[in-house]
Ligand binder design. Structure first.
Ligand code: NAD
Length: 370
């Protein structure tokens, strides 16, 4: 593998390889772009088959974070870290504190958070060595669980889709099939229920469904049957790659809008297929940006009311994406990428004007000078 070819291909700014024998740490921190602000993105712990797979993942995920922050109007860049190892057996205080020292060494160019394979507790160890970590518990002044804010963004994004498709953003009486009954889905179902939607829900874990039914009336369907429900809206909130050749034959919804990451199995194939089938698809990374909006709020001293207010902006973001997609006849994820790239390009043009002042007043204010 040619490392520099890979790094240059997607215009990454910096890739840091972190190694410490005593702690058994092997990690990669990828900083994709800091045009808009410090690179923020979680730390994934995964037992990669080889180092090349770990690097590829870090490069791909950090680039995704640049686009997510840019389209959401946040003053953040894109970054991501991966720790190579088994999160079930190889975690300990030393590992995460050592990783925290490497994050600290980047002096704020990269801010970390939890991700697949890492938890709030792990991030608390990281925080012992660096302040450049978000998504820590409320007790330590952090933002805690981001799901309520993510769900709210998904809810308003879904309403924007309804407005575009049907001329009204009311979801009253709409049949909505929700895949997954976890954190994001549970809060989403509450919003949908209060709006008067007819909810169908599924999960492989029955206890999760029970929890949803404590506050919401919904019809329960088997996991494999969710794609065949007679529905207006399909809302994926569990797994990735669930929009594929097989499910697209079965989904009769007019809108797909949910919080799950990486919903399209293959963007280049299933993006155009959604257009052909006349299904309005809210790009996952734009509609689920509430999670990032939530942690970004931590940088200024966390307040959930402010985070929820900002997540309301997902409505306008999704509306703009749908308009561009319809006007230019391009898949919605391409329209979303275009908005992100335009913002990066425009803000990049003024990034050399030094004002001596920060836009932010919080604990990271000194880093965000643009
Ligand atoms: P979660 O683990 O709380 O919920 C996921 C649920 O999906 C679980 O209850 C699980 O049992 C269920 N599930 C797994 N396989 C399934 C299947 N085949 N059919 C039906 N259900 C299945 O996770 P979450 O925090 O609610 O996140 C859901 C999705 O949203 C993930 O893709 C996540 O990456 C994405 N996301 C979450 C946030 C957030 O703030 N939590 C932010 C952005 C994106």
């Amino acid at each position: 593998m040619d490392f520099f070819d890979n790094i240059e291909k997607n215009d990454h700014e910096q890739v840091v390889f972190c190694s410490n024998k005593e702690a058994g740490l092997k990690a990669i921190i990828a900083i994709h772009d800091t045009t808009l602000g410090p690179a923020l993105g979680g730390t994934r712990m995964w037992d990669y088959t080889d180092d090349e797979a770990a690097l590829k993942d870090a490069l791909r995920l950090s680039r995704g974070m640049t686009y997510k922050a840019a389209v959401s109007g946040l003053n953040l860049g894109g970054g991501k870290a991966v720790i190579i190892g088994d999160s079930a057996t190889q975690k300990n205080e030393l590992l995460f504190r050592t990783f925290g020292k490497f994050v600290e060494g980047l002096a704020g160019r990269y801010i970390t958070a939890e991700d697949v394979g890492t938890t709030v507790k792990d991030m608390e160890y990281v925080r012992m060595e660096t302040k450049y970590v978000t998504g820590i518990s409320k007790a330590l002044g952090g933002s805690g669980d981001p799901s309520p804010v993510t769900s709210y963004g998904v809810f308003v994004g879904m309403k924007a889709c309804a407005k575009f498709k049907w001329g009204s953003d009311s979801l009253k009486g709409k049949k909505i099939a929700v895949q997954g009954a976890g954190n994001v889905a549970r809060y989403l179902c509450e919003h949908l229920y209060n709006e008067g939607a007819e909810i169908y829900v599924t999960d492989i874990n029955e206890s999760k469904i029970k929890k949803v039914l404590e506050t919401v009336k919904a019809k329960v369907v088997k996991p494999e049957e969710i794609y065949d429900v007679d529905m207006d809206i399909f809302s994926p909130n569990a797994l990735g790659a669930i929009i594929n050749d097989d499910t697209l034959k079965r989904i009769k919804a007019e809108i797909i809008a949910g919080g799950a990451n990486n919903q399209l199995e293959d963007e280049n194939v299933h993006g155009p297929m959604l257009i052909e089938k006349g299904i309005l698809y809210a790009p996952d990374y734009a509609i689920n940006a509430g999670g990032l909006i939530n942690v970004a709020n931590e940088l200024e001293g966390y307040r959930q009311d402010r985070a929820l207010k900002q997540a309301e902006g997902v409505y306008d973001i999704i509306s703009s994406i749908l308009e561009i997609s319809a006007k230019e006849k391009i898949p919605t994820y391409q329209a979303s990428n275009k908005i992100a790239e335009a913002r990066l390009e425009q803000m990049g043009r003024i990034s050399n004007i030094y004002t001596g002042k920060s836009n932010f007043s919080g604990r990271f204010g000194e880093l965000i000078k643009r």
